[in-house]
Design a protein around this ligand. Structure first.
Ligand SMILES: Cc1ncc(COP(=O)(O)O)c(C=O)c1O
Length: 501
């Protein structure tokens, strides 16, 4: 269906402008239109409304709309056609829906920029803003270490040197069931599969979707681990843009109607990389959209405990009617003990058998000793100690980093401070080639995650994720200064002057 032809200007183009947020009106208009184009609600060659008409409808200055259009043009999403006005470009760099089977030609260049930035993080004298997980001493690692020592030297040690069922050790399934109950998720131990981290939980669900056929919805941008899992499962992906309140549900609805995907993958709390959290009303709507259109949901909830501001929002899996609809995936590395490679998946009962078969075919079971130690860790309440320690350590570091960034970053860079998690998403209100990022970062001795790593197809705008999990407090000021200098350098090298009108 050609929405641009059949839908009125008000329905398609009018973003709900929020005049109370720090995000400029121009940016809100640009982001809204980019989302429409990337999701194909505005198909190639669709006309955009005349600048004055849209400005009048939105009650904004025509210059604001003109600037938003100009930025879309710089990003390659629209083109001016003289008297015929502005139209969506016919050959665009980034479109959804798309299949990951046919990756774009520039994939190697894009991947290598991200990979080189991660490699840079290990180089001497480089401050790495890449660790999206805590340092051992700031986590539950000391308590976990004690649990392992007790188990291996205790009288029942031999119990942990044997094979267990694929779902995991019963004591850990029970501990997980009790743990999720404390955040409102009712799940009996028999529906818990213990996995090798959140990543394996994600991978198992995607593999089982592949067996049943059909595409998946994924956020744009999204955690690169989920993009990799989609890619390796060879699944068709429909990207839905993420705004300040998470996945754009209007666009999701039209993708559900038009494409009928089987699964919606969503990281609703402290979304990696943008940091956004989907509010409770939108979570309810998301659940009801999935039910209405016969789709399942994969909820990737990587670190809900790491909340620094505001109230906890219930997980999708905790909402009424979620039990037969939502796969809930979590790892223990972000909020409890990094590096132990354990996590879990809560599975709707009708999907349990195939998921257990997939887990068995992946690795038979997760390691018995680690599972035993983790069950003990939970039984002793160490998970609460770990969360308290993390929040005490990281809340001041996050404040320190935000203050330092406010002093050091060039004005063109926007910081999106999330209510929780160990990362910040930075966007730039100018276009610049991602390939330049590495040189600027290397030149100033700082590493971070290039935004492009989080997109299935090249993004229209330049963005980066900085993480402060592994940065010692005494390096934060220096890290912010180096980052500011490298981005200033980038701006000077790539954009000599501000965007023309
Ligand atoms: C959003 C998100 N989901 C899942 C994972 C995977 O985590 P794990 O280490 O538990 O496999 C990560 C790790 O960075 C993540 O950021």
């Amino acid at each position: 269906m050609d929405l641009a032809v059949t839908t009125s200007i008000d329905d398609v183009f009018a973003p709900k402008l929020d005049r109370t947020t720090a995000e400029s009106l121009r940016e809100q208009i640009r982001r809204h239109l980019a989302g429409l184009i990337e999701s194909r609600r505005l198909p190639p060659a669709a006309p955009l409304p005349p600048v004055r008409a849209l400005a009048a409808m939105l009650g904004v200055n025509p210059m604001t709309v003109a600037k938003a259009y100009r930025e879309l043009a710089v990003a390659g999403l629209v083109e001016g056609r003289g008297r015929s006005g502005t139209r969506v470009r016919t050959a665009r760099p980034s479109l959804a829906p798309q299949s990951h089977r046919s990756l774009p030609r520039d994939r190697h260049e894009r991947v290598s920029t991200s990979e080189r930035l991660f490699e840079l993080a290990r180089a001497p004298n480089v401050i790495a803003l890449t660790g999206n997980y805590p340092r051992p001493e700031d986590s539950g690692a000391p308590e976990f270490q004690a649990c392992v020592a007790e188990l291996v030297s205790g009288p029942l040690a031999a119990n942990y040197f044997r094979y267990d069922p694929p779902a995991g050790r019963r004591e850990l399934q029970e501990a997980v069931s009790g743990f999720v109950a404390s955040s409102g998720i009712a799940c009996p131990p028999g529906r818990v599969i213990i996995t090798a981290g959140g990543q394996q939980a994600i991978d198992l669900v995607l593999r089982s979707v592949r067996q049943r056929g059909g595409g998946v919805v994924v956020e744009r941008p999204a955690y690169f681990g989920i993009l990799n899992a989609i890619r390796s499962a060879g699944l068709r992906a429909y990207e839905v843009p993420v705004g300040p309140a998470g996945m754009d549900l209007d666009i999701l609805e039209s993708v559900l109607k038009q494409e009928g995907p089987r699964l919606i993958c969503v990281n609703p709390t402290f979304h990696n990389p943008t940091g956004t959290t989907i509010p409770i009303e939108s979570r309810r709507r998301l659940l009801s959209l999935a039910r209405q259109h016969g789709a399942l949901i994969l909820e990737d909830d990587h670190c809900p405990e790491l909340r620094f501001d505001g109230e906890q929002v219930p997980a999708l899996a905790a909402l009424e009617g979620a039990a037969d609809l939502v796969f809930y995936a979590r790892g223990f590395g972000k909020a409890f003990v990094p590096g132990i490679r354990l996590g879990f998946l809560l599975v709707p009962v009708s999907h349990l058998r195939p998921l257990l078969a997939t887990k068995a075919s992946a690795d038979l079971q997760s390691t018995a000793l680690m599972q035993g130690a983790l069950a003990r860790f939970f039984a002793r309440g160490h998970h609460q100690t770990a969360t308290n320690r993390l929040l005490t350590a990281y809340a001041p570091r996050r404040e320190q980093l935000l203050r330092a960034l406010a002093d050091c970053l060039p004005q063109a860079i926007r910081v999106h401070p999330p209510a929780g998690g160990l990362s910040l998403w930075l966007t730039m209100d100018r276009a610049a080639p991602a390939s330049e990022l590495y040189y600027c970062a290397a030149g100033h001795g700082v590493a971070f995650a290039a935004g492009e790593a989080f997109y299935a197809r090249p993004p229209a705008e330049l963005a980066l994720r900085i993480s402060f999990g592994l940065t010692p407090p005494e390096q934060i000021a220096e890290a912010a200064e180096r980052l500011g200098n490298s981005l200033r350098d980038l701006l000077e090298r790539c954009i000599a002057s501000p965007l023309p009108l």
